[in-house]
Unconditional design. Structure first.
Lengths: 193, 255, 405
């Protein structure tokens, strides 16, 4: 019996060790990725250079007008979920309804439209959130309950006319060119941003 | 709150002042038009988006059963439109946040109809039984389901004495932005918390008033100067199943 | 002191692979049903906003309740120091663990958001009896696991008894907790009664014993290591006493409900006018699950019979399912009383007896849970030496066997 038990235990120990090693490796590589991202090289996703990370809160309650997100892109790529989660609890439990980091505002700004100028839903792989989450294979839970497109009820802000990242596009830099390229490629596939 | 810039604070301040003036205007206008049950919006009740809920308040409803007519279903429709749930031909599984109930005394034949929704209990059994803490009571007395952590065990539905809760049986999309709801979680009347937080009253109360019935009154039960507290102090009112001692936030008059 | 008992593991026997295949088939069907419901939502099940807990909960609660009862034999052996039961403590502990695992699997897989199981395990609302149950269940797993380990490890004799006692106390708490899930529901006229806790303890003792007898007898038969008929009869009689206790508490509960005006309505519904629930109550729970087994086990001048014990165990399990169905589903089908003495109607089925038609998915999920439990038992018997090499009366209890001669 002990032989069997030992066998079971050794198998268990081996698998635990394997998982630990896998975790170590993945955390090391993800750290490398982080470095790459900070140096301005995105390791995945659309191939255009990211703006330099200044990690400063832009904090413009009217993002749509300036095209600026609440934080810089590098920060948002890594940490948007933390912002959202923090906000979600404050809204849910304490009734704090500021616009900063509100999912509703993310959705209103990061809107992708189809040919008919209609905002596409998260079920479409080109949806802003879906495209990335599909790519990195991370389950998106928000839209099990939240709507994934802007809503335009009477009295609230309408779908922004200015595309997101308009400030980037306006500048005459390589970044802007890359982004334009990326967007026009998307446009060819029937989706505009 | 430290996140809020000075500029925002300034904007908020001017907005608050404006609201106060505007609110006063609305109140006066309402009094002039003679709709006595519209005790709200009250300028003092408007709250800034960056302020948390006020624990000194306890929001509640008073339903005057005599003013509620049998063939009217407006409060239910208003809620459905506001919050995006609908009866889709399968009443056994479709969500119903609010419903019209008809009771009949079999001995006398006397009938009454009135809406029933989550009673926003002060001692809510749904909150007591919820294993994860997804069901919770806000500091201002509004009972909500935090769908971020609800596991869909439905124990709260077993525990609620008013059948106030529904389980979402099917996948949904295109929900209202202010009323997220999703498959596998439990939901119920939120007292239109998104409206209350911006200083409005629940959609059902609004609709009932604009349809000229004025059977629903919304307000702060804790504030002796509020219309609802004054009415409660003056007239006989009831809580459904008061014997359970849940101290409901929804009260009934002439029931 | 008799010779030490020799134990052995199992990896063959009559119908060994057929049994494995059958169990795997049920588990596969259960898994498919789970995925289907998870994808489409609970709309494809028979459960509604009126019957929020259905067939899966009947299965889950049956398994959980039986789990604590399956520990009977181990408790009698170590807590009450009955020698003949000691050799069977290992399998008793393992069966308890397996039944609990199967029951919890069904319960968790029926959640609206099974993907959030981790939330269920990591965030507690300590006011909720449900959360307490999760702690009770995990504790049960740990304690019984340790207990079984002590049984098998060398030199651990001195820990066996204290752990056995701890396990005994813990399982009483566990069953009380499970019963209280219902007893706590003040608003539901069908459940609100303190008697639910002792009723559930009695149920656990009898269902668990029945499951234990069937599993051990079946394994013995398949491996040609028959359980001694004296031992079978002793356990059968014990089970009979527990079944009688269930009948007793059922009577007390129902009579009590008839007297309490508040509960009279639902009681009248279950006992007389509830149609399917009335039938299940009288034929399933009372006749099949109570009276018949008692007749089989206690009828005078019939002598001892091992096969009558088997039959009685099967009947008790059938009756147990009927009983839980009546309690769980029947208690919800009867309309909630919000306005005593009034006739109530609405679009939300107020004042109407709710109907419930379990779907194939719910049944598959429940049966899958049973199969999980049994498969765990089989695997455990393969991996560890759980059963005494010889289960005859002479080997289990030489003293008793000699006396009987
Ligand atoms: S009415 Fe029901 S759902 Fe609402 S707070 Fe009371 S127990 Fe909870
Ligand atoms: S269904 Fe959700 S809200 Fe209700 S008791 Fe379970 S976890 Fe809590």
């Amino acid at each position: 019996m002990f032989a069997k038990l030992k066998q079971v235990l050794s198998v268990a120990a081996k698998s635990v060790a394997m998982v630990a090693v896998a975790l170590l490796i993945s955390s090391a590589t993800s750290h490398a990725e982080e470095k790459k991202a900070q140096a301005g090289y995105p390791s995945w996703g659309p191939q255009f250079t990211l703006p330099k990370s200044d990690n400063k809160c832009v904090h413009d309650p009217d993002f749509a007008k300036t095209g600026k997100c609440v934080r810089d892109t590098a920060f948002m790529r890594r940490n948007h979920m933390e912002l959202l989660k923090h906000k979600r609890d404050r809204t849910m439990r304490q009734g704090i309804r500021t616009k900063d980091s509100s999912l509703q505002n993310c959705i209103n700004c990061h809107v992708t439209k189809d040919k008919a100028d209609k905002a596409i839903k998260v079920s479409n792989p080109k949806h802003f959130c879906a495209s990335c989450h599909l790519f990195v294979a991370v389950k998106l839970d928000c839209f099990e309950c939240h709507r994934s497109t802007p809503e335009t009820p009477k009295g609230s802000a309408s779908i922004p006319k200015i595309p997101a990242h308009s400030n980037l596009l306006a500048a005459n830099t390589d970044e802007a060119k890359n982004l334009k390229n990326f967007l026009s490629n998307h446009a060819k596939e029937g989706v505009t941003q | 709150m430290s996140n809020i810039s000075l500029k925002d604070q300034y904007i908020n301040k001017t907005r608050r002042d404006f609201l106060k003036k505007a609110g006063a205007g609305v109140t006066t206008a309402m009094l002039a038009s003679g709709i006595t049950l519209m005790a709200y919006p009250d300028p003092a009740l408007a709250r800034e988006p960056n302020e948390g809920v006020d624990p000194t308040k306890r929001w509640g409803l008073l339903i005057d059963v005599n003013k509620c007519t049998e063939d009217c279903n407006e409060c239910v429709t208003a809620c459905s439109q506001e919050n995006g749930w609908k009866l889709d031909g399968n009443p056994a599984v479709d969500s119903q946040w609010i419903r019209k109930l008809k009771i009949k005394n079999p001995k006398t034949g006397f009938e009454q109809t009135f809406p029933v929704m989550c009673q926003h209990c002060a001692n809510p059994p749904c909150v007591d039984v919820c294993p994860t803490g997804a069901s919770f009571k806000r500091a201002d007395g509004i009972v909500l389901v935090d769908k971020h952590i609800c596991i869909g065990c439905r124990y709260c539905m077993m525990a609620c004495p008013y059948k106030a809760r529904s389980f979402v049986h099917e996948p949904l999309e295109d929900q209202k932005s202010h009323a997220p709801r999703g498959k596998g979680t439990v939901e119920s009347c939120t007292l239109c918390v998104h409206r209350v937080d911006r200083g409005d009253q629940p959609a059902c109360v609004d609709r009932c008033a604009t349809k000229g019935h004025g059977a629903l009154m919304f307000g702060d039960l804790n504030d002796p100067k509020s219309e609802i507290a004054k009415t409660l102090a003056t007239y006989a009112t009831k809580q459904i199943r008061a014997d359970l001692g849940l101290d409901t936030g929804v009260r009934y008059q002439n029931l | 002191m008799a010779l030490p008992i020799a134990y052995s593991s199992i990896n063959s026997g009559k119908g060994f692979y057929a049994t494995l295949a059958l169990l795997a088939g049920f588990i596969a069907a259960g898994a498919a049903a789970f995925l289907y419901v998870e994808h489409h939502g609970h709309v494809v099940t028979g459960m509604t906003n009126q019957i929020v807990w259905g067939l899966p909960h009947v299965f889950a609660i049956f398994l959980i309740v039986a789990a604590s009862g399956a520990l009977n034999v181990a408790s009698i052996g170590s807590v009450f120091n009955k020698k003949a039961y000691k050799p069977l403590s290992r399998i008793s502990g393992v069966l308890a663990l397996a039944l609990l695992a199967g029951g919890l699997a069904v319960l968790l897989l029926d959640l609206g958001r099974p993907d959030r199981m981790i939330v269920a395990i990591t965030t507690y609302n300590f006011k909720s009896i449900f959360a307490w149950n999760i702690i009770l269940y995990s504790g049960f797993m740990a304690i019984v696991g340790a207990y079984v380990y002590m049984q098998m490890a060398k030199g651990m004799e001195k820990y066996k008894r204290p752990l056995g006692i701890l396990a005994f106390i813990w399982r009483l708490a566990l069953t009380t907790g499970t019963g209280s899930i219902f007893g706590w529901l003040v608003a539901r006229q069908g459940y609100d009664a303190a008697i639910m806790a002792p009723l559930f303890i009695a149920m656990s003792l009898s269902f668990g014993m029945a499951a234990f007898i069937l599993v051990v007898k079946y394994t013995g038969k398949a491996t040609g290591n028959l359980l001694g008929s004296k031992m079978t009869w002793r356990m059968g009689r014990l089970m009979g006493i527990m079944a009688a206790a269930v009948l007793y508490f059922t009577t007390v509960r129902n009579l009590g409900n008839l007297y309490a005006a508040e509960h009279a309505g639902v009681e009248e519904f279950i006992l007389f006018s509830g149609n399917i629930f009335t039938k299940l109550f009288w034929f399933g729970q009372i006749l099949i699950g109570g009276v018949l087994p008692l007749v089989l086990l206690f009828a005078p001048n019939k002598g001892e019979s091992s096969s009558r014990v088997t039959l009685a165990s099967v009947l008790i399990i059938i009756g147990g399912f009927a009983q839980l169905y009546v309690i769980i589903v029947g208690g919800q089908a009867y309309p909630l009383v919000m306005f005593p003495g009034m006739e109530v109607s609405s679009s939300f089925q107020d004042g109407v007896v709710a109907s419930y038609m379990p779907s194939i998915y719910e049944a598959a999920l429940g049966l899958g849970g049973v199969a999980i439990s049994l498969l765990i038992v089989v695997f455990a018997m393969m991996a560890f030496k759980l059963l005494p090499r010889d289960m005859s009366d002479a080997a289990l209890d030489p003293h008793h066997a000699v006396k009987a001669k």
